[in-house]
Design a protein around this ligand. Structure first.
Ligand SMILES: O=c1ccn([C@H]2C[C@H](O)[C@@H](CO)O2)c(=O)[nH]1
Ligand SMILES: [Zn+2]
Length: 132
């Protein structure tokens, strides 16, 4: 059983691997999958600024390559006392592999500061209706 505190710790450790020389804002993400695996990611920036990748996207890439497609819970960590609520793109990416009530733990150096659901992060999410 992976606890929110364990996910926080995994996200915190992942942030140490961030490549963030431009923003100097390292972020770590940890994903617990429904089959009990944990995948981590950190942001990877680029001199061509828009080409940077967020921590959540890196973690999702690891998860998919690890053969898992369903997030049970996620943690996103930013250092000091600066929470990193996922950016808009990451909200859409998390929603792709979650349920609306999947929990996302927002963490800083004090641990889990806020718990939100994917639906709270991305209300009125994009749907293709009868086309999809
Ligand atoms: O959801 C987010 C939002 C931002 N960042 C990263 C992108 C950039 O490298 C740094 C500053 O925006 O934080 C993430 O990793 N995840
Ligand atoms: Zn993002």
């Amino acid at each position: 059983m992976t606890t929110p505190e364990e996910l926080f710790e995994t996200a915190r450790k992942a942030s140490a691997k961030a490549y963030a020389p431009y923003s100097k804002f390292p972020v770590g993400a940890a994903l617990l999958t429904e089959d009990g695996q944990v995948f981590a990611g950190a942001n990877v920036e680029n001199l061509a600024f828009p080409e940077g990748i967020c921590a959540e996207g890196v973690a999702i890439g690891h998860m998919v390559m690890g053969g898992a497609l369903k997030i049970k819970a996620a943690a996103v960590y930013a250092p000091r006392l600066a929470l990193c609520p996922p950016c808009g793109g990451c909200r859409q990416k998390l929603a792709e592999f979650s349920d609306p009530d999947t929990k996302v733990y927002l963490c800083d150096d004090g641990g889990v500061r806020e718990t939100v659901t994917v639906a709270e992060l991305l209300p009125h999410a994009f749907q293709t209706g009868e086309i999809g």
